[in-house]
Design a binder for this molecule. Structure first.
Ligand code: DGL
Length: 262
């Protein structure tokens, strides 16, 4: 048993969609969440920038004595996880679109990944598709501007509906029967996405898969936790803005919210 916390980070509040799934599966673990809001959105950043942001967050989490880290961000995973695994010798769990799952489930052999433009363009995603979905069409749709809107915590902003319609409508004629959400901000919009694509299209995210992988890795390394104490939430941006969004998205107000400079 190991009761040190698990670190988890994203460019902002999107990673909370992963955190809730991990917490459901591992209720005896404690977490240190970092939202890198000072540098978000990650979706338009270069590989060098993403490596540097991820490096600083990892160094902070290591200083907090974490036993493992979840990169709760597809963009950071596809560009920076190799670098992180090389530099930090601890379990690091990434978040990527569930390509294998959609390839197994689809009947029409037409699927889509809806992610940030950076993830859409990444060689890492192309390699995943080549490996796990060689005989399936995977449309790569990049959503622009959604993360910043989700960061406010106000999911009723009409701009969100507008972007979703513009991004997803081109898919409607293509006989796609499953869409993987490839950005951790998007699960907060699942209901809205489902409404646009209709009930014959399944919308899936990566949260459950990351949670199962985390459990397997902690189990294999014999570092599962056995005692809940508390979770800590940090932002590299504005604390009040972060606290408001966390409260709105998690529907609760965590006790320990701070801003950090890293
Ligand atoms: N939530 C992140 C992801 O999964 C990135 C969002 C962003 O900052 O662009 O890709």
């Amino acid at each position: 048993m190991d009761n040190r916390p698990i670190g988890i980070f994203d460019s902002g509040v999107g990673g909370l969609s992963v955190l809730v799934e991990v917490q459901k599966l591992l209720p005896l673990e404690n977490f240190i969440f970092v939202g890198d809001q000072g540098n978000m959105p990650y979706g338009g950043k270069t590989k060098e920038q993403l490596n540097s942001y991820a490096d600083k967050i990892m160094a902070f989490l290591v200083s907090q004595n974490v036993k493992a880290v979840i990169v709760a961000c597809n963009t950071a995973t596809v560009y920076a996880i190799d670098f992180l695994r090389e530099k930090y010798k601890m379990p690091i769990i990434g978040t990527v679109p569930v390509i294998k799952t959609i390839a197994n489930i689809t009947k029409t052999k037409k699927t889509a990944v809806f992610s940030t433009p950076a993830t859409t363009k990444s060689p890492y995603l192309s390699a995943l598709i080549e490996k796990f979905a060689p005989n399936v069409t995977v449309y790569k749709i990049g959503g622009t501007g959604l993360e910043e809107l989700i960061e406010t915590g106000d999911l009723e902003n009409k701009q969100i509906d507008k972007i979703l319609h513009e991004s997803l409508e081109p898919l409607l004629q293509k006989n796609v029967d499953i869409i993987a959400l490839g950005c951790t901000h998007y699960p907060f919009l699942t209901d809205k996405i489902q409404k646009i694509v209709g009930k014959n299209v399944q919308v899936v995210d990566s949260g459950g898969a990351v949670a199962r992988r985390t459990k397997a890795i902690l189990t294999n390394n014999q570092i599962l936790g056995s005692k809940r104490t508390d979770d800590f939430y940090y932002t590299t941006g504005n604390k009040n803005r972060f606290a408001k969004a966390v409260k709105s998205l998690l529907k609760k107000s965590p006790r320990n919210i701070s801003s950090i400079i890293i």
